[in-house]
Design a protein around this ligand. Structure first.
Ligand code: ADP
Ligand code: MG
Length: 378
């Protein structure tokens, strides 16, 4: 008979066996569930004394079906950043960029006997922080680190990276998906979401139109992170930004995606799924400090067209993510995990409340960005 304890022991045994398939020096001593990621299953593998251990991840293949291409991107990106860092005196490449630990046969990932894919990164000691910055300094550091990330990958040699999730932040694609879900309305949820449907319809044209125009005017493609949440940065014990992690969506994109998603997630005064939309407001102190870190790092890198679209980008990404929550609600909650009835609708409401607040405070936000871009204090 399998008791919970014997099942745990069997799981541990299995995980230790998988960890041993990677070329980490020494035998794994313990394996434990780790972190608060939403996509993969993440474990911390503890090594023998003196060994930093590693992070073992079972890759979510529902979201990333093509694991070889995904890992090819990550290996290229991390090796490039490592080279760039090696040229900087005082840098610590082992802590400032992820290190992919290959399997014992030199592969980027391991396929187990159930067909599941696993990968391993060197463990980076860090201080656990929350989902949003706790101090102005942390917001500034987040901006600096994401700015540095963009800088370090600006000269990644050809060929272009694989598109791991096609048209991930493409507003046209997200609007088309939304229209399909709205027309199908499989669970008859449309009436409950009438206010949010109206809110998004009122903004669809502006979002789509502004983005199309920016592209026609030459908005550059860059290597972007595309999932610039605050908790995808590791901080050291003294509170300095150390390393950008979660590289699954690093691919060709616009700087607007990185900047906008970072503001949407870090500069929200409430949790992403706060049930009271009144509380979702733009936190101007976080906005100002993130911008100072980001633009300080990217001085001379961004084109004027990119800079003038940054405040729009914060609204765009808040719109796109809100729309994806709304689409998933209408569709029957297939993509985002829900913990209560109407969870995705609440999330959409919270994003749209944040967007409405950004609209009210756009002029202030524009002043901050243009002063910083001109090298003036804010
Ligand atoms: N190399 C690493 N060293 C230390 N902790 C890590 C490392 N990589 C990931 N983590 C931790 O694991 C969590 C989940 O990892 P992440 O790659 O962001 O997965 P997800 O895509 O599921 O969010 C992170 O939030 C972080 O706490
Ligand atoms: Mg993550």
């Amino acid at each position: 008979m399998t008791t919970p304890n014997s099942k745990n022991a069997a799981d541990k045994h299995r995980l230790t066996g998988i960890a041993a398939g990677f070329a980490n020096s020494g035998a794994p001593v313990d394996v434990q569930i780790y972190g608060a990621g939403h996509i993969h299953e993440t474990f911390r593998v503890q090594g023998e004394k003196g060994n930093p251990g590693c992070i073992l991840q079972r890759i979510n293949r529902r979201i990333f079906p093509d694991v070889p291409r995904l890992m090819e991107n990550i290996v290229r990106v991390t090796e490039h950043m490592r080279q760039r860092l090696a040229a900087v005196t005082g840098s610590e490449p082992d802590r400032e960029v992820l290190t992919v630990i290959p399997t014992r046969s030199g592969k980027s990932h391991l396929i187990d006997d159930e067909g599941e894919c696993w990968r391993c990164f060197r463990f980076i000691e860090h201080r656990e922080l929350g989902a949003r910055p706790g101090t102005p300094g942390q917001a500034r550091e987040a901006g600096r680190l994401y700015g540095r990330f963009l800088n370090m990958l600006a000269d990644l040699p050809a060929p272009p990276l694989h598109e791991t999730i096609p048209r991930f932040h493409d507003v046209e694609r997200r609007l088309a998906d939304f229209q399909l879900a709205l027309a199908a309305d499989p669970l008859r949820r449309r009436a409950a979401a009438a206010a949010e449907v109206a809110f998004s319809s009122e903004r669809a044209e502006e979002m789509q139109g502004t983005m199309a125009e920016a592209r026609t005017s030459g908005l550059p493609w860059r290597v972007t992170h595309n999932d610039t949440k605050f908790n995808n940065i590791l901080f050291d014990a003294r509170g300095r930004g150390l390393c950008v992690i979660d590289l699954d969506t690093v691919m060709p994109g616009h700087v607007l995606y990185d900047f906008g998603d970072a503001i949407r997630s870090a500069a929200n005064s409430a949790r992403e799924d706060d049930p009271d939309p009144q509380r979702s407001r733009i936190d101007m102190a976080v906005f100002r400090n993130f911008c100072a870190g980001y633009l300080g790092e990217l001085e001379g890198r961004l084109t004027p067209l990119e800079t003038v679209h940054l405040v729009f980008a914060a609204r765009l990404m808040t719109f796109v993510i809100g729309l994806r929550f709304l689409t998933d609600y209408l569709d029957g909650d297939h993509y985002f995990k829900v913990r209560r009835p109407g969870h995705n609708l609440q999330r959409a409401r919270a994003q749209f409340a944040l967007l409405a607040d950004m609209e009210r405070r756009s002029a202030e936000m524009e002043t901050i960005v243009s002063r910083l871009a001109a090298g003036k204090p804010v």
